[in-house]
Write a protein that binds this ligand. Structure first.
Ligand code: SAH
Ligand code: SF4
Length: 402
């Protein structure tokens, strides 16, 4: 059972206009440059004003230039004329019986305001010691992992850095995480001892983050900036299906925790489950993991392994998994398969998952079994999908001339 709210959209921020670009998602230097370029402030004031804005946007969560009280009124007015601070519109907000929340967010294409909006899902998972936000990087996914619902949706487009951050900002607002904000009334939301509802971010929503590297990098650098949203890089995890050329840059440039969707220990099976394996097979993938910058026992790579009944869940495969990962500081995260309409797989029985976990544990690896969360609202791993579909060229062209 779940509670679905259809929210009053009148409070949602208006969609972006092409002539007023968003300031969300710009680096601090980018903010200063934008202010100067649009003649909002003289060059000498650029850095100072950018720092003020940064604080309003990411520490205080302000969506209205008029609330920026330490910015002179004429400057606020110029800002409002030149830029917007739009966040996504909330289409639906669902709350699972287990407290998991799922939002369907709607974005306009900032470059093409006449294009139909796209929609993505974002999930909040409260636990006793943390609150994790599962963020999407793309609308749909170009990859077609055979057990993943998102993979059945055609990619419409990459999300911009501002749209990736927009999910975090909107979730923080709904969860009362900004100063002066109010928490939802369902209680038990803030993990024990924490002052914030969102303590962790996982790039495990819709899409392959390393196929949208530049925007994901920009968004995560902003989310982790100590003088802004300040989410520790140790509490941000990026999950990839194995886009090998971007693994090293992820560690060097973004410096977040890495998770790999492994799911199989042989190339022939991984070619079917995670077809990107045909391009970058296991040997290359594991080599890239061994060389992940900053890898140590204190900073392990998480290997995700979906438990598919009779497909990849034998004792022999558990032993092979241990052998494959030898020498890599690793955690193994066993994920019971989450079914979706039309999926062709079954979830391994819990006795099988326990036996598999046991073999992996005895070899010295922590191998928590991920408890499915929010299944009743279709918010669990691999269940996310939105209705946004790729338009035919004819339809796109028709819309562009509107
Ligand atoms: N595209 C990225 C991140 C998003 S998916 C990636 O593939 O890593 C987050 C995790 O959920 C991945 O490990 C993915 O393989 C897994 N997953 C996908 N579909 C699933 C399903 N139906 N049941 C359980 N896990 C699933
Ligand atoms: Fe895309 Fe990840 Fe799903 Fe594969 S598992 S289709 S990479 S979202």
């Amino acid at each position: 059972m779940s509670l679905a709210l259809n929210l009053d959209h009148s409070s949602a921020v208006r969609p972006a206009m092409a002539s007023r670009p968003s300031l969300i998602g710009l680096s601090k230097a980018g903010l200063a440059a934008a202010l100067i370029e649009h003649d909002v402030v003289p060059e000498r004031e650029g850095r100072m004003r950018a720092s003020q804005l940064w604080n309003w946007l990411y520490v205080n969560g302000v969506t209205d230039f008029d609330r920026m009280t330490n910015v002179a009124k004429p400057v606020r007015q110029k800002l409002a004329e030149a830029f917007n601070l739009d966040r996504p519109e909330i289409v639906t907000e669902q709350v699972s019986v287990d407290g998991t929340r799922k939002w369907l967010f709607r974005f306009r294409d900032p470059q093409n305001p006449n294009m139909p909006p796209v929609e993505v899902e974002t999930v909040y998972i409260p636990e006793s010691d943390r609150g994790t936000l599962c963020v999407s990087s793309q609308v749909g996914c170009t990859l077609t992992c055979s057990f993943c619902h998102t993979g059945t949706q055609k990619l419409v487009r990459n999300l911009t850095a501002g749209e990736i951050l927009g999910q975090v900002l909107m979730a923080r607002e709904r969860l009362g995480d900004f100063p002066g904000g109010s928490r939802p009334d369902d209680g038990g939301l803030v993990p024990g001892g924490e002052t914030r509802a969102i303590t962790n971010i996982v790039m495990m929503g819709m899409g392959e983050p390393l196929y949208n590297y530049d925007n994901v990098k920009q968004a995560l650098l902003i989310a982790s900036a100590g003088d802004g949203m300040s989410i520790s890089k140790r509490r941000i995890t990026l999950s990839t299906s194995g886009v090998v050329p971007y693994i090293e840059p992820t560690g060097r440039e973004i410096d977040v925790m890495l998770a790999i969707s492994l799911h199989a220990v042989r190339d022939d099976l991984r070619d079917v489950l995670v077809p990107i394996n045909k391009k970058w097979p296991l040997k290359e993938l594991l080599e890239a993991c061994r060389n992940y910058p900053g890898l140590s026992n204190a900073r392990r790579i998480t290997f995700e392994y979906v438990m598919l009944d009779g497909i990849n869940d034998s004792d022999a495969e558990a032993r092979e998994l241990v052998r494959l990962l030898a020498g890599i500081p690793a955690k193994i995260n066993l994920i019971p398969f989450n079914p979706w309409p039309g999926s062709n797989y079954g979830t391994s029985p819990s006795s099988r998952i326990e036996r598999f976990a046991d073999i992996v544990n005895k070899a010295g690896y922590a191998s928590p079994v991920r408890t499915p969360r929010g299944r009743d609202i279709f918010a669990a791993c691999g269940q996310l999908k939105s209705e946004s579909e790729r338009l035919s060229k004819k339809d796109r062209d028709a819309l562009l001339v509107l």
